[in-house]
Design a protein around this ligand. Structure first.
Ligand SMILES: C[S@@+](CC[C@H](N)C(=O)[O-])C[C@H]1O[C@@H](n2cnc3c(N)ncnc32)[C@H](O)[C@@H]1O
Length: 227
């Protein structure tokens, strides 16, 4: 099928091209992964700044939870030498794409590995300085309102349950058992979710909650520290 015909059918351009530009990298994408968003670059930037602040002390151990195409992990690894990365997702097809991206874009530049896991289920025994995640965060009522191009992306990458907060609750309840002392989490959020996600984290004992705004001045990233 011609490119123009595929576009007429609202197949997203990045799926047609087979790649997406993210943080200066050409990240492979296919219909099994979310197309990386510009807003997610803010999440990467926040993590890189934090790694810079702690790297004189140690090589940062980072978990990219809900990794999808692996774009976040690849962007972190390509901008930082002192990092050990684990990429995790529940979807084996997405992880195939993440593995190809890490192999092609990062290779042996740093230590990285991939774990198929429903959230933290298969990560037991591991511990990290940083957990970064862009989990699915679209609420059930918002799913219908998405553009055709977004609806062409995997539902599993979008749906965050009735109120869109299901994965933040899981992360807030479990992440503390996988973080080292003073470890930090960095979460992308929907622009209406800043206060709710901060509250969910504080209820589970996280402190120093900070909400960062994206280029459109909308709440986009929440970070917090485990006590
Ligand atoms: C919003 S996408 C983020 C993908 C990528 N990190 C990015 O920023 O473009 C969310 C990802 O969460 C994954 N996911 C959904 N449910 C999950 C679960 N129960 N455990 C782990 N990953 C899950 C999806 O497969 C999808 O790849």
């Amino acid at each position: 099928m011609e490119i123009a015909e595929k576009r007429r059918q609202h197949i997203p351009l990045d799926y047609i091209l087979g790649f997406s530009n993210f943080y200066g990298l050409n990240v492979k994408v296919d219909k099994n992964v979310l197309i990386p968003k510009m807003e997610t670059e803010l999440l990467v930037e926040s993590v890189l700044k934090h790694i810079d602040a702690i790297k004189s002390v140690k090589c940062a151990k980072v978990l990219d939870l809900c990794t999808g195409s692996g774009c976040i992990a690849a962007a972190i690894a390509s901008n930082c030498n002192e990092v050990d990365l684990i990429l995790s997702d529940t979807d084996g097809l997405a992880l195939n794409v993440a593995r190809q991206n890490m192999t092609n874009l990062i290779g042996d530049k740093c230590n990285w590995s991939i774990v198929e896991s429903d959230m933290f289920d298969n990560l037991k025994g591991l511990s990290f300085d940083i957990i970064v995640s862009n989990p699915p965060y679209v609420s059930d009522s918002e799913l219908n309102e998405l553009s055709v191009e977004v609806k062409a992306q995997p539902l599993i990458a979008l749906s965050g349950g009735i109120d869109g907060l299901k994965f933040y609750r899981n992360i807030a309840e479990n992440a503390k058992y996988f973080l080292q002392k003073n470890g930090s989490i960095f979460l992308e959020i929907g622009y209406t979710q800043g206060q709710a996600v901060s509250q969910i984290l504080e209820e589970q004992g996280f402190c120093n909650c900070v909400i960062k705004k994206d280029f459109s001045n909308l709440d986009r990233v929440v970070s917090a520290t485990v006590r």
